[in-house]
Design a binder for this molecule. Sequence first.
Ligand code: S6P
Ligand code: ZN
Length: 191
Amino acid sequence: MDSNSPFSSLGTVNWLDGSLSGAQVHESVKTVGQLVGAFHEREEAERLDPSTVIYRVQWFAPEPAGTDGGLYWGNTAIEPGRIGDEYFMTHGHFHGRRDRGEFYATVQGEGALILMDATRRTWFEKMTPGSLHYIRGDWAHRVANTGAERLRFLACWPTDAGHDYESIALHGFGARMLCREGRPTLVESAS
Ligand code: S6P
Ligand code: ZN
């Protein structure tokens, strides 16, 4: 059967681990060196090899960024580990457009989806294999790997959502996921 769909050769999803493959997969890698300012124990981060990988992102972008009504599909893999008492995590962001939501679905591992609203109220949802998470358009979102294995989750978000990393770089989240008495605990931040 021949297909003449413009998107038929987009690629494939491996449902065992969520990874994407094909000629059109975009990829980025985030290292300790790039995330040093995100962790509260900055000196601990500076002691580590800056090339240590914290997470990798893959995504399909069938439409240019900003296209009205389009969708992107991605996969994020966060390594297990901590910097001091803080679990390896993503930068975290608001969407540039605060009316653009997103779905996350966990494939592998254990983690926490840390969410923050416009008033800086911060809470989390537990991520376990199969858990599905809806992120409202005006909630900042960051994921921490709180388990002993790689955490992998899938994401689907609008092409015109955009990313506001600056607000998080400047003010952070209202709380951090820290290891307290051996357990992941959401602890309010001073700033
Ligand atoms: C995009 C979506 C994810 C993240 C990825 C990495 O809207 O939320 O694909 O980009 O999980 O997180 P961050 O905060 O570095 O973009
Ligand atoms: Zn997002």
